[in-house]
Structures are given as structure tokens and as C-alpha cells.
Design a protein around this ligand. Sequence first.
Ligand code: ADP
Length: 547
Amino acid sequence: PDSVPRQRGVRLPPDTSRETFDEAIAALQQELGKDNVVVNDKPLIDGWYLEHPNTHDAFHLVDQEDLVASAVAYPGSTRETQAIVRWANKYGIPLWPISMGRNLGYGGSAPRVPGSVVVDLGMRMNKILSIDAENASCVVEPGVSYFQLYEEIQKRKLPLWIDCPDLGGGSVLGNAIDRGVGYTPMGDHFANHCGMEIVLPTGELLRTGMGALPGKDGKDNPTWQSFQAAYGPYVDGIFSQSNFGIVTQMGMWLMRETGHQSYMFTFPRDEDFPAIVEAMRPLAQNRILGNIPQLRHIVQELNVTGLPKSHWYDKSGPIPRDVIREHSKQLPIGECSWVFYGTQYGDEASINTQLQLIKATFSSIAGTRFYLPKDLPDDHYIHSRAKVCSGVPVLRELDWLNWKPNAAHLFFSPITPTKGVDAQVVHDLNVKLHEKYNFDLFPTLCVAGREMHYITNIIFDRSSNDEKKRANALMRELIASAAAEGYGEYRTHLLYADQVAGTYNWGNGALLKFNETIKDALDPNGIMAPGRNGIWPKKYRGKGWEI
Ligand code: ADP
């Protein structure tokens, strides 16, 4: 059910009495206005992608009421964000900043510490502060979605592209600081950001990069969105996937509009996997592959039709490989095991030369076939892929959620070298453990020249405690066994942050100690997103919060 009556009352922040909480909320309402601080005492509604909750994780893997906010605050400006942070220090109440909260599969809007106050920046801080067409860059607030930025560029008729992830409803800024990826040549979002404004955990304000140098007459620095590192240590990185501050503005580089051609290769056998990886590597390293292409298992061709699993297979376990193959024969692309979605950029002649090289390379794998969008029916997924790969936000990937009733999903996202041997180890682990825990395996690899993000989407029924338990156990074992082989995740759901951070433990946990040192220096009262990415402030450390 979507909305059930609350079993428990308001989840108070840790070590905070109801009286103190009420007093604190009244004080914050005084500062921001009554409507901009809302206590989370209503029934929890999971909603759906476009109407997602900011009170809890819509894709709850534990009890829906476990990871909940005590209240949500809506700042309207950087100044108000600073006021919230100072307030949190005064009352010792933990904050959980989100941009838009569409971080589905990684925890959504849910705070790691139940009873935190979610700072929903996206609701009121949603301005595109500037678009510099000559510099091909923009400055956005946290609430600017890919759709909003895209539409503004269209409205102004600028020859620019944005780079969006699979779903276009998320925050441009939020995705970049969580180090998400997209699919044009500028798909590494964090690598293409330029300059940030950050509210530090004490309430002080910081501008990074060239923004640290004041512009003339109080203006923003004219090179803030032109040069990333500026002078001295390059600090931007520590504000990604961390809890060292609230980012209130970010510069992003945009891509110049160009010609583009999406295409698809299919490969016949499951066992072709390492050979495909070996073929992709030189193409990527030579930058012949134009973007961040995706290699997907054929099972996803069934999934992206938007038809439920029951259409393909009416038993309860995972679809067996031979059934998948049987169905693939009926698909427009015909029987195969792996599909590769790529896009080339430039003028027509250049695209044709690039495609010849790519075809020549992939032809080393017997039975490879090549398709252009025009070869496939209008409702084929390739047309949605072609949009994403040319900077047009889409929502097609939501069709995943038709797979089973009450579908929710969870990502397992290890990084492997772009080498057949390594990729095979991670793939075999996935096959084995998905079988063990009775889940369909949906591998998607986002390919670069030296590494691949091997992403599996674990789809579970959130009304079934049994499925949640199994998904949890699968995830825990995937993380542990990948780490035992030397592979780690680039990002993970809230619930596994401690476990994943714990796998990066070279040199007696030197990295986590380093992060904790920074954390304690910047956030002495431990109010900023405690536990995010496994980093706990002193106040919480070693007191049973780590899971
Ligand atoms: P999306 O970009 O998909 O809408 P979120 O807004 O949830 O996703 O951002 C992803 C994660 O990054 C959040 O869960 C939060 O931990 C962190 N985050 C998002 N925005 C900010 C911000 N402006 N400052 C600090 N941390 C943020």
C-alpha cells in the first residue's frame, strides 16, 4: 500500500526531547516562515518518481518508518541555508541536505540518522543563475532539474547541450556532487563541474576555484566557470560524496551542439562478454567511442519494453537464460546475448569514418550485428537512448518499474578495469549471487577506456518483507565478495555506506581516518549529514551507529 497510517509518532532527532524539538522547530519557523519548516507527522506516502517523498526512502529496504526525517526545512536562499546550519549547531540536531531527492536506488531523500531534519534545497532554490553561451557553461541552484535546464536552453535557442543521466528528473547539482554519470562525451558530471558555493557545517560560506577571487565591484569572478582548480589544493573533490558542507551553487560546463548518430551492436553469446570488453578498450582509449556507451545484457531488452515480467515468464524465480534467449528471437534485434548502445559525434563524414573503425573492431566477434535507429521500430528503446546521448532528458527508464508489482530498485555499482578478465570476475559473482538470492540479474556497463561502472539494478517488491530481506542479504554479500576480489563500489545506498566505506581500508583504514579528521575539523558538533558515505563525526563514532 502506498500510504499506511504511521505506526510510530514523529521520529525525534537523537538525544532530543519533544520539548526541545518543539522549541527548536518554532525557532526555525520564526526564521524561515511557518510554511517552510514542516514536521513529518503525516502518513508516509511513497508516491512515484515525479511525486517522490522528501520524508523517507520511497524504495525502503528496511521498515518504511526506519529512515525518516523529523521535519523538512525549505531554505529560499544561501543566507537561509546558513541560518538553518547555525540553528542545527545550536540545538545539536542533525541535518540531511538534499537537492531534489530523486536519488532513487541509493536512498532517495532519506536521512541516514532517523530524526534528522531534511534540508530540501530544491523546492525554493531552483534558479538557473546564469547561462554563458560563449563559455558554454551555466550556474545552477540545487533545485534545477535536467528538464528545466534543457527547456531553458531550448527557449533561448542556444546551440548548447546538457548531459543527463538515464532519468531527467533529478538535480543537475545533486547528481554531480554524488558523482553520477550521463552519456554524452561530457558524461562524467563531477569532472565537468566548475566552481561551487558551499555552506560549511559551521554556517560559514566558501567559494571554490576561481570563485575564491572576488570579481570587480562585488561581481562574481569572470573566470569562475572557466578554470576548475585555481590556486592551491584543489578542494572541490572533498565536497563530493561527503558530508563536509551544503552546496548552494555549482557551475557546470555544457556541450556545444553537434551532429550525432546513435547505433547498436548485438553479440550472440553470453560467453562473448570478455571479448567484447577487450574490443571496447582500445576504441575507448583512442577516443573513437564518442560517448560513455552502455553494454547491457539482453534481458534488459525485455525489461525496457515496459512489459511486466509475468508477460515473459510466469514462475516466481529469476528468468532462466534459455527462456530469455527464446524471447529474444521475437525481438526486432533477434536472438542475441549482449547489446551495445553507442553514439558518435561530429559531421557526417567524420561519423562514418568512426563507425567504420568500430564495426571493423567488433567484427572480430563472430555473429555481431549492427543497427541504426532507422532499422528498428519507433517504440524500440534505441530512440530513447539516442535522445539521452544527445542531451535530451527522458523518463523512459522508469519502465523498469513495471517489472513486478510494488517494484522498487537498488543499485549494486562496482568499478572494474576495462579488461575482460576483471569484468568476468565481477560478472560471475553477480550471476552466482543473484541466483543464490533468487533475483533477476540486469547488468549494465557504462564504459570508459580504463574502467567500467558495472551497474546491476536489483528490482524488489517493497510490499514483501521476504524480498526486502533477500535484496539486503544479496547486497551485503555482493559488496563483501567483490571487495575480497579487490573490486569496490563507486556509490551505494545509504544502508551500505558503512560497509562500502569499510572495504576501502588499505593501510589500517587510512582513508576513513583522513576523512574523519577533516570531518571533525569542519563539523565539530557533528550536525552535517552524519554517516553519509560512512563518515561519522566524533559525536556519533563508535556508538553503535555504524551498520
Ligand atoms: P537527485 O540529484 O537525484 O535529485 P539528491 O538531491 O538526493 O538526488 O542528491 C543526491 C545526494 O547528494 C543526496 O542524497 C545528498 O546526500 C547529497 N546532496 C544533494 N544535494 C546536496 C547539496 N546541495 N549539498 C550537499 N549534499 C547534497
